[in-house]
Design a protein around this ligand. Structure first.
Ligand SMILES: Nc1ncnc2c1ncn2[C@@H]1O[C@H](COP(=O)(O)OP(=O)(O)OP(=O)(O)O)[C@@H](O)[C@H]1O
Ligand SMILES: [Mg+2]
Length: 208
């Protein structure tokens, strides 16, 4: 097993011969044990459930192979490729962001919120150039415009901080595709996005 990443919550291993990935949520001793056990299990179950729901909707996600509640581990298909973060600036960034926007539009239309929509949580497949979404431990099922707007806001922030040169064009391409995919909901979500981002700008100025 090859260690792919050690995150704040999970360790991710790849098995290159089986073409699988294990995402293991390790116990955190700074949290009370009962609380930690519950949280790890909750996030693992949520991740498995969201992956299955998205698969049914035709959103590109790794296939879920199994989940083990005792060790809070899920096993899924290995997506061979690179994080979008590492390829976006020097590839077809508008095409990639259009694809991301389309998929997020379908997720939101179905009331699924990614919860951590950054360019580290989307993989560019080295086989066919398709994109795959990962990291659903913070996902939620919600029909609230606020939750959907926060997803888009996180994505914009990720673009601004890691891909400043192309961020505006990328976000515009994502939003154009998002509107098409979420044709009945986009207006309210983008309205709310304006408010979410206005709140951020006015922080500390005594306004809301
Ligand atoms: N199925 C997969 N195939 C290939 N690489 C993967 C797969 N799942 C995760 N990875 C890689 O491992 C990294 C970490 O995975 P992930 O984002 O799911 O965990 P994390 O951010 O540590 O977890 P969390 O945010 O839930 O605490 C990803 O950025 C990605 O590069
Ligand atoms: Mg991640």
């Amino acid at each position: 097993m090859r260690k792919l990443s050690i995150g704040a919550e999970a360790v991710v291993y790849a098995d290159d011969s089986r073409k699988t990935v294990e995402k293991q949520r390790l116990p955190k001793n700074y949290r009370i044990k009962e609380l930690d056990d519950r949280l790890r299990l909750h996030r693992m179950r949520r991740e498995a459930k969201v992956i299955e729901s998205l698969q049914k909707l035709g959103i590109p996600v790794p296939k879920l192979i199994s989940s083990d509640e005792k060790t809070a581990t899920i096993t899924m298909q290995l997506i061979e490729g690179k994080k979008i973060r590492d390829v976006l600036d020097c590839s077809n960034y508008k095409g990639i962001c259009g694809e991301i926007g389309k998929c997020v539009g379908i997720m939101h239309r179905n009331n699924i919120i990614h919860g951590d929509l950054t360019t580290s949580n989307i993989i560019h497949s080295s086989h066919d150039g398709k994109i795959f979404f990962v990291d659903f431990g913070l996902s939620l099922f919600s029909n609230k415009e606020e939750d959907k707007a926060v997803d888009l806001h996180l994505f914009r922030q990720a673009l601004n901080s890691s891909h400043n040169r192309v961020a505006n064009e990328c976000f515009a391409a994502a939003i154009a595709a998002y509107k098409e995919a979420n044709s009945s909901g986009w207006k309210n979500v983008l309205n709310r996005l304006g408010k979410v981002e206005g709140r951020g700008r006015n922080k500390g100025k005594g306004k809301d």
